[in-house]
Design a protein around this ligand. Structure first.
Ligand SMILES: [Zn+2]
Length: 179
């Protein structure tokens, strides 16, 4: 069986201090403390309420659609299993979240993702009243559209560690009802 590349040969960091440009495998990246990122997003939600969801969801969605082809190319993924394996390793290495499980329903319409330690949820210590991982909701939607070669999907977070659930669960399904 083919073995995908190791994470250390796939993701390598290069520094260009003269231009304030750090790249990971050629992709410009930026370091920020998890606490700062979490409080930035939490601050937006605290200030603007659920009205901020479309903004975070859409920026996540666009980022997810752009990221999937990069991951597939960098890891040289040949099939779905390899792509999900690479994705799981990369999410953890980037410090975003633990992708514990991805399941496609038997009818092939619904993708379910189980996530732990998502950076958005960690800022709440289980005390949020609602699911709040809006950026990741959008990101997983856009990302899985590419991975599963589907269009017009929508993602909803049904349980969330921010409100004390054991995991964040994201259900991705067709935006339009089909007969
Ligand atoms: Zn969550």
């Amino acid at each position: 069986m083919r073995v995908i590349k190791s994470i250390d040969e796939t993701l390598f960091i290069e520094f260009d201090d003269d231009n304030a440009n750090t790249t990971i495998s050629g992709v410009p990246a930026m370091f920020m403390s998890k606490k700062t990122m979490g409080s930035l997003i939490k601050g937006m939600i605290d200030a603007l309420g659920e009205g901020v969801r479309p903004l975070l969801y859409t920026s996540g969605y666009n980022a997810g659609r752009k990221s999937a082809p990069v991951v597939i190319r960098q890891w040289d993924c040949k099939n779905l299993d390899e792509t999900l394996n690479a994705t799981t390793q990369q999410f953890a290495r980037y410090g975003w979240l633990l992708l514990k499980d991805v399941t496609l329903s038997e009818d092939g319409r619904e993708i379910s993702c189980m996530v732990e330690k998502c950076f958005e949820s960690q800022a709440y210590n289980g005390k949020s009243g609602t699911s709040i991982c809006y950026f990741i909701e959008g990101f997983l939607c856009g990302y899985m559209e590419i991975v599963y070669n589907k269009e017009n999907l929508v993602c909803e977070e049904t349980t969330c560690q921010a409100k004390g659930d054991a995991a964040c669960r994201f259900v991705i399904k067709p935006k339009f009802w089909e007969e």
